[in-house]
Ligand binder design. Sequence first.
Ligand SMILES: N[C@@H](CCC(=O)N[C@@H](CS)C(=O)NCC(=O)O)C(=O)O
Length: 205
Amino acid sequence: MKLYFSPFACSLAARIAIYEAKLDCEFVRVNLNKKVTESGIDFWTITDKGKVSALALDSGRVLTENPAVLQYIADQAAPGSLIPVEDREDRYEVISWLSFVTSEIHKMGVYPLASPHFSNEMKAISNELVQRQLTLVNATLQNRDYLSGNFSIADVYLFWALTLLPKLGFPLPEALKVLPVYQERLNKRPAFRKALDEEVALAVK
Ligand SMILES: N[C@@H](CCC(=O)N[C@@H](CS)C(=O)NCC(=O)O)C(=O)O
């Protein structure tokens, strides 16, 4: 298995999930501006979306889209450790949160705030929208430690977004007091620490 990644892009969530799942994986760095891998391969030949996360399976299939990539990884882990097993109702709650994070927080918030193609006016709207979604998340986490009750890949994906937002100049509102506690809870997990430490080191290279 090979994960195409760029430091601190959303592929960081896949890296954390891979470590949580204790899977063997090769990591291939991609220059997202030039669409080329570290060894000079045209990234468009890997995925015609030109985006990470892209996970090349041993079969040769390349999976894209974070919710799919994260679910694949979770299904290779110890059953139930990163997503409830098939046929359980709460599996769909994890999928629901993955969809929420990808559409309402990642694409509505992190992506436009990080992009040079969005005007400051658009970024302000985006910031407002994402704050609204984070208020909902903060309220949810008041009664539980993790998004769907038990730890899952949805928490991994949300953690990435919460880590990125302040780095983009959009600190989390102080009123959302549960979010930093939640982040710290996740930050204590060895897989999170390992992935973050590695990407911090890679980001300065
Ligand atoms: N819908 C995609 C979005 C992936 C995405 O936006 N990736 C960003 C990094 S976080 C990217 O590769 N950006 C480069 C580009 O858009 O050219 C998913 O869920 O995986």
